[in-house]
Design a protein around this ligand. Sequence first.
Ligand SMILES: Nc1ncnc2c1ncn2[C@@H]1O[C@H](COP(=O)(O)OP(=O)(O)OP(=O)(O)O)[C@@H](O)[C@H]1O
Length: 441
Amino acid sequence: MNARLSADRPCVAVAYSGGRDSSALLHATLRAARDAGVQVLALHVHHGLQPQADAWLDHCERQCAAWRRRGWPVTFVSRRLDLRPGKGESIEAVARDARYAALREMALSHGANTVLLAHHRQDQAETFLLQALRGAGVAGLAGMPVAVERDGVAWVRPWLAQPRAAIEAYVRRYRLRYVDDDSNADARYARNRLRLQVWPALTQAFGQAEAALADAAAWAREAAACLDELAAQDLAVVATPQGLQLQPWQALGAARARNALRAWYRAQAGEPLPASWVDRLWDELPCVRTGQWPLPQGVLRSYRGVLRWQPAVAAAPAGAPMPETLLQVRRAGRYELPGWGGVLHVERCDGCGGVPLALLEALRLVPRQGGERFQAGAGRPPRSLKKQFQQAGVPGWARQGPLLYAGDALVFVPGLGLDARAVAMPGRSRVTLRWEPLAPA
Ligand SMILES: Nc1ncnc2c1ncn2[C@@H]1O[C@H](COP(=O)(O)OP(=O)(O)OP(=O)(O)O)[C@@H](O)[C@H]1O
């Protein structure tokens, strides 16, 4: 049942599993939408994991059809998933990610950019407890946000402050029909063990547990926001485009420095730094002048008081690629050189030095062999590469890229830049070069 949505009426989506909570939320949303002239999309995801999933989809579709016959503004949309978790992947996590992706895709393709989820106060309290039992920090203890914008969709949990009992009362009051998910009794899942074995005892001994734990999550959320702000202020001082400046970073003191490190790493690597790594780096960085710490997504390297992040390159499909020996550059852009483990960036710079673009038409890419001489600036003598690297403070691992020659003329050295003799060459359409090394996967 996929009635057409009218383009000129606002539209909101509800993630409708068919369970008690989302059935109540969809019902309440429809009652409000009916009078407000809003259309409602009921989005159902069939995970394809349990034998009953077909019956749940069927129930949801029929329930929406019944509401629609009553004149309620609902449109049912569903998506079947074909989940194939990789080795060692948690099926719960794979299903959750795929569910959110499917909900997003269904909502956006039907013109809704807000999706309502039926999480309530007990869900939030449980999340807080589960995070605490995993030893989470404040960001984890903060639990779920009431509203968050992600990938073009506003995910909203209008009932996050509602006690579970209020939703049960609503379901009784309107005699709503819903499906029961048997997997909720599966004790392999931590949330189910908490719900079945711990929650009844906890609430019996502490009557206010649900409200108190949800309040604690709200405090943690506020604290996490303060820590993010503090990290941003500290990083404005101790982080530069080169990396984290270790001396001022240590001077922040343990708590602030570790908080800043976590935020800096997240910004660099796009994922959180595990707590054990924060401890390790805090212990080791002050004692090591030059060091490297390989992580799954790349490598952290310290050199001359600066901590840098080098992301890993994607693994080559078959064996390591051979270093490229020739490169034709006819326009500005990004030239990937997997054999050299990096990317050459060619950027236009008319009127600001640089080398003529025409010089780069047939570049030779050559490894260091010793004895090369590089001229760092106009009027300065060419000197050995080794001396130039030392003087410029280029760490050993950043000296690995290819030397670029036009004929026999050295044009560019990763870490040092353009040779002044090439810069002196006449020609229009000038460009600068930049080498971005990528760590091996
Ligand atoms: N298969 C699904 N299809 C659509 N939305 C879903 C699905 N599963 C979960 N959701 C949405 O995510 C919310 C949280 O899901 P979760 O499984 O944690 O809760 P639940 O207690 O099973 O909720 P409900 O009682 O509504 O099924 C649900 O209330 C619903 O809004």
